[in-house]
Design a protein around this ligand. Structure first.
Ligand code: GDP
Ligand code: GDP
Length: 437
């Protein structure tokens, strides 16, 4: 399921970044690579009770004259409305209500998104009544918090998650393969989508959703239904284009959450940069099947070693996914474009593959015989049995005498043995080492 997005909006200095850091619970988050943009954290994953979500910090307003600041506040509030499912409207309970707060309120009122009003900096219980000043903003009961001290956040988040979209919209049938083309702007995602669709004379029906922020294209080829999740089509409103671009990684993340197969598109002319790794790292974390497509291959000057060298570079830069197939294509000349869907179907099958328990166990038993498990302080890891517990990605539980005795390197060895036996091309697999009860 795609995770809901929560945006923190408010005038400068009310404590948005402080709240963001609290909710993120960590200081690192994905940052934007673009020069000229504040290298701020912009979004992060967060969790409350059993709900996972993304938070966006719309902060980072530079100092400027009053008009400039007001303009930026407006822009950011509008962005938050576009991107978020729930908005936390943050105000400063020590300073009290200001015209800039009114400005933000006016924009938020026009949106149909749920807005939760939080009054920050109420560290001192004797100031709690300050929150009543903010009733007149018209967003209901103001929730008192202190982002600095971390108080009131539970009440705030309880209110926030009440407004999350229902989890029930599993939108497509199990057997529809959901594909997302991910990658930086300008690598050729849209061109590839067009080339793929053109190639297949497909029946195309774009579907715009309410809680999803991408346009989906349903199509059909050789008896197989596909959905293309297109994030590139999301660019709108020229005015805020640059700022919107800050959220392109966020969109890629949300597309990844909804897909079965993530197709990472790399520009063959430019090579690999940090952002490519982050995006694909997220696909891996989410357990998605992955294909690497090197586009604009027509622009690359080649000899007989070029493809092999590029492949080596990819393997070096993405050492955590040696199983991901690589394809060199050109959306322009359509060279090898037809192979993309064939590969998508192949890795989707591997991603959904189920292996009978007896077969899993004979592979594991053989592996254990060939290389026995490690010993730790005289105690030996004993493996009793293994079974596949789920698909997408294939996930195995390995039952042992004591999980503490297991080592990453031995788990990697078992994973490799499973791959030798069953393939699993293009998909991550997971091993959970469990105590036998
Ligand atoms: P932003 O501009 O809205 O992102 O605000 P910041 O998070 O940068 O915070 C602005 C100032 O308010 C900083 O000096 C923070 O330390 C301070 N601040 C943030 N939260 C609290 C709080 O809960 N209590 C108090 N007393 N100060 C806070
Ligand atoms: P996106 O931002 O990733 O969707 O990228 P676009 O599909 O908009 O492509 C960006 C630019 O690269 C456009 O000018 C395309 O015409 C060009 N482009 C895309 N694919 C290819 C390709 O395979 N070869 C060449 N030469 N140009 C391409």
């Amino acid at each position: 399921m795609p995770k809901p997005v929560v945006a923190i909006v408010g005038r400068p200095n009310v404590g948005k970044s402080t709240l963001f850091n609290r909710l993120a619970g960590e200081r690192i988050a994905i940052v934007e690579d673009k020069p000229g943009i504040t290298r701020d954290r912009i979004y992060s994953k967060a969790q409350w009770l059993d709900r996972n979500f993304h938070i966006i910090d719309t902060g980072g307003i530079e100092v400027g004259d009053e008009d400039e600041i007001l303009m930026r506040i407006r822009e950011q509030a509008e962005l938050a409305i576009d991107e978020a499912h729930v908005i936390i409207f943050l105000v400063d309970g020590l300073t009290g209500l200001t015209p800039a707060d009114q400005e933000v309120a006016e924009i938020l009122r026009r949106s149909k998104k749920p807005v939760i009003l939080a009054v920050n900096k109420l560290d001192d219980p004797s100031k709690l009544h300050n929150r009543f000043d903010f009733y007149e903003l018209g967003f209901g009961e103001p929730i008192p918090i202190s982002a600095g001290h971390g108080t009131g956040l539970g009440d705030l988040l309880d209110e926030v998650i009440k407004h999350f979209p229902e989890d029930d919209e599993e939108e497509y049938d199990e057997d529809v393969i959901r594909v997302a083309l991910i990658g930086r702007p300008n690598v050729g995602k849209s061109s590839l989508v067009n080339a793929i669709l053109g190639e297949n004379r497909v029946m195309v029906s774009p579907i715009a959703g309410t809680t999803r922020d991408a346009v989906d294209t349903l199509f059909y080829k050789d008896g197989q239904d596909f959905v293309l999740i297109d994030t590139a089509g999301m660019r709108k409103r020229g005015k805020v284009y640059e700022t919107t671009e800050r959220y392109s990684v966020m969109r890629a993340m949300r597309a990844i959450e909804r897909c079965d197969v993530a197709v990472l598109v790399i520009n063959g002319e430019e090579g690999i940069i940090e952002q490519d790794k982050r995006i694909v790292g997220y696909a891996l974390e989410e357990g998605k099947a992955i294909i690497i497509v090197v586009n604009k291959w027509d622009l690359v000057e080649k000899d007989d070693k070029t493809a092999r060298n590029f492949e080596k570079l990819i393997r070096k830069e993405f050492p955590f996914m040696p199983w991901a197939p690589i394809l060199f294509v050109s959306a322009k000349t359509r060279q090898r474009v037809h192979k993309i869907l064939d590969l998508v179907v192949a890795v989707a099958e591997q991603h959904a593959m189920r292996i009978p328990t007896s077969t899993v166990n004979s592979v594991i038993e053989d592996a254990v015989v060939m290389t026995p498990p490690p010993t730790d302080k005289g105690r030996k890891l004993r493996i009793y049995y293994a079974t596949q517990v789920s698909v997408k990605p294939p996930t195995f539980a390995v039952f042992v005498n004591d999980p503490e005795l297991s080592h990453f390197s031995y788990e990697r060895y078992l994973e490799n043995k499973l791959r030798d036996a069953f393939g699993f091309e293009g998909t991550p697999i997971r091993l959970y080492i469990r105590q036998k009860t």
